[in-house]
Design a binder for this molecule. Structure first.
Ligand code: SF4
Ligand code: SF4
Length: 152
């Protein structure tokens, strides 16, 4: 029985296309949903930092002042959580092969200046509280007022 199954499989495979590809001579078609690396549309980013706060491996760094967004490619585990948390939908996990490297690669992107809000103006200094007149002076002023009212 075993030999018959083996023979049938062998004969069938003789007439089938090979399941392997000629990679790297031929490019690979990555199936939908395969995880490659994170890409950002930096012009849509609002530096809200939600991606950085929710990244389980701490691979993302956001600097609001500079408008920069950085990803440490070697710390990223391609979980795709940041893409779900981004309110502007500017993060995408794209299929592809990330070549190994001997050094930690950090990719940095900076928002275009026109997308940055101007720095907030410093708040106006509070007005000094009205000076309270000393009690005696206040009484004298009140008395003058009362006298004036009587005369009128
Ligand atoms: S894919 Fe996961 S590990 Fe990579 S940056 Fe996004 S949240 Fe972090
Ligand atoms: S969550 Fe999106 S918009 Fe917010 S800092 Fe990250 S990439 Fe930018």
């Amino acid at each position: 029985m075993g030999i018959m199954t083996f023979r049938n499989t062998m004969l069938a495979n003789l007439f089938k296309k090979p399941v392997t590809t000629k990679y790297p001579a031929e490019p690979i078609d990555y199936p939908e949903g395969s995880r490659g690396h994170i890409e950002i549309e930096i012009e849509k980013c609002i530096s809200c930092m939600l991606c950085a706060k929710n990244c389980p491996s701490g691979a993302i760094t956001v600097d609001r002042k500079e408008g920069s967004w950085e990803i440490n490619r070697m710390d990223c585990i391609q979980c795709g959580y940041c893409t779900m948390k981004c309110p502007k939908k500017c993060l995408h996990i794209v299929p592809g092969y990330t070549a190994p490297d001997g050094v930690k690669q950090v990719d940095r992107f900076v928002r275009p200046p026109e997308t940055m809000k101007p720095a907030a103006k410093p708040a106006a200094a509070p007005k000094p509280a009205e000076e309270k007149k000393p009690e005696a002076a206040q009484k004298a002023a009140d008395a003058v007022k009362t006298e004036e009212t009587k005369q009128n």
